[in-house]
Design a protein around this ligand. Sequence first.
Ligand SMILES: Nc1nc2c(ncn2[C@@H]2O[C@H](COP(=O)(O)OP(=O)(O)OP(=O)(O)O)[C@@H](O)[C@H]2O)c(=O)[nH]1
Ligand SMILES: [Mg+2]
Length: 460
Amino acid sequence: MRLQTDTTICAIASGDQGAPRGIIRITGPSTISLLQGLFHSVQDQIASLKHPRVIDANLVTPNLGSLPIAIYCWPTHRSYTGQPSAELHLLGAPVLLHEVEGMLIERGVQHAQPGEFTLRAYLAGRLDLTQCEAVLGLIHAKGDRAFRVALEQLAGGMAGPLKQMRRGLIDLLADLEAGLDFVDEDIEFISKPEIQRRLMEAQDQLSKLLAQLTQRSGQQVVPQVVLAGLPNAGKSSLLNRLSQTEVAIASPIPGTTRDFVRSRLERGGMTLDLIDTAGFDPSMDGSNAVTPDALSQRVMATQLGNADLVLYCIPADAENEDRVQDGLAYVREHASCDVWLVHTKCDLIHSKQIDAPKYRVSMQEPYGVNHLLDAVVSYLYASREQEQDVVPMTSQRCRGAVERARQHIADALNAVEVDSGDEVIAGELRLALDELGQVAGTVVNNDVLDALFSRFCIGK
Ligand SMILES: Nc1nc2c(ncn2[C@@H]2O[C@H](COP(=O)(O)OP(=O)(O)OP(=O)(O)O)[C@@H](O)[C@H]2O)c(=O)[nH]1
Ligand SMILES: [Mg+2]
């Protein structure tokens, strides 16, 4: 991990597969002089920049001639990294990007390490660690939900209350330390009940924060399993059977379910939400009408978009295979997760093999349901493990530190109670402050930084 910030670094920040637009990011103290040297025709414009601006220019390259480039320039410390920065936007062909990058390296710019732009933002105090983790969460976000949680975190949900609490404890520590200097003169800077009141207040806040963190990680792990299929496919019956409730209305009339129905259940230590949706109606596909039919299709599409797993129900007696396939295509288009084929009503006839379904169920002479549910739970466990180290990382890291801080405050309260002396109380307070500092990154050791920033990709 390179902690110095006096170098100027660059990286190709766009994907390496080629894209319509390619971006090379540059940051560091010599960004502006570097740009002036490269882009002679707009040299003066660059030199006179006081605020962020976009300048169109051409870059004469050694091997590929003149390239049109838009220079997005942040000329002062008021940038993401807290240093003069720029982005060169050009056509996204890898050969062009590498040519330009080569010119920068030739002029003494260094290749950025993974996460180095975000690390500089952190070192400049523009992001705290929870926000850096959120950036990482965004980079790795696999689904909509992971994305939303990371965004919330980036908006600073955690950092505010923590800062306030630290300030309160630092004030208390200052009062105690001041008293220690005058211990021989019998001057009391702060009374025992006042110390107790302030410590209890801190403990209260820490408890709240812990509850918030626990809830936050809980929020991320309630996976959404959506039942989809054509009308009358047996979705609502399956939901009722899986959740052993009668929350969804099942009937022989196609189109019974309009709104979605959610049922939360526990299985094998996992909490999950099962969601029943309206049957797919191709005549409503893409319709913006405000009729109940059109609305129910849009609600269904939204649920598909939020799903962690979709169970596409195909009744064994399905007569129109084309419609089954149309529905499946629709589901695959709207869901950003795996879609499993589940054959329902298997008591009726032996189903036709459509993409060889792995799961067959029947509600009539119940079978297959437990097997399906167990498979769903194992699948969710496996996919949660994969995601675990990205978005919920902050809550995991923070929870430990907040718990330890709360313990130190409890020890401080105990020290007040038994009159152990202000030195002991101050000592516990310092330890609590260290722990809280670790959360927001005020006190941070290199291991934490290494662990975090090594997971970034280059250019971020
Ligand atoms: N024989 C048999 N009938 C079933 C089975 N599962 C559901 N049904 C019947 O199929 C009909 C439709 O079931 P629902 O669960 O309402 O189907 P749905 O997919 O929710 O239907 P919509 O809400 O209209 O989209 C009902 O009459 C159920 O009793 C099954 O395993 N075997
Ligand atoms: Mg239904």
